[in-house]
Ligand binder design. Structure first.
Ligand code: DHK
Length: 158
């Protein structure tokens, strides 16, 4: 996590968060989630952010509390959040509340098209805090999320 500094006096930075089981990408149900590892996807997203002049802080956890704490710490230290909440999408009011208190622009990403899958995957608590949602575009969704967030951050700063 970047040290706390006033948002105006530092380089723009985004937090990219990944929830449970995403550390198993590449191995886990590749017909749904693809063959690339999380490292592959995060490298591509971070590279795009660098091209756009934005720093990245990339994290993954299988624990809800870690995600909540990192989101809280992003308030005032980061300029936006990209989150794939994975299985917490459909259960976590705690992550929703943390995102709301962050007062940051949020892009929610899902690798798969959750709306073509089981009904229990359709309802996202997280979407209530999201500026935008990207799903069904595989790992490229993270790159698109970086581009969208960069645009939002630059518009806010202008
Ligand atoms: C990832 C998961 O782990 C699932 O629990 C979600 C999401 C879908 C994804 O498509 O990235 O239902």
């Amino acid at each position: 996590m970047a040290p706390a500094q006033p948002a105006s006096g530092r380089a723009k930075s985004i937090l990219i968060l990944n929830g449970p089981n995403l550390n198993m990408l590449g191995v886990r149900e590749p017909s749904i989630y693809g063959k690339d590892s999380l490292q592959d996807l995060m490298t591509a997203a971070a590279r795009r952010a660098t091209e756009l002049g934005i720093l990245t802080d990339v994290r993954q956890s299988n624990h809800e509390g870690d995600l909540v704490t990192w989101i809280q710490q992003a308030r005032g230290t980061q300029d936006g959040i990209i989150i794939n909440p994975a299985g917490y999408t459909n259960t976590s009011i705690a992550i929703l509340d943390a995102l709301l208190l962050s007062e940051l622009p949020v892009i929610e990403v899902h690798l798969s098209n959750i709306h073509r899958r089981e009904e229990f995957r359709h309802m996202s608590y997280i979407s209530r805090a999201a500026t935008g949602v990207i799903c069904g575009l595989g790992g490229h969704g993270y790159v698109l999320a970086v581009e969208a967030l960069a645009r939002i951050i630059k518009a806010k700063a202008a």
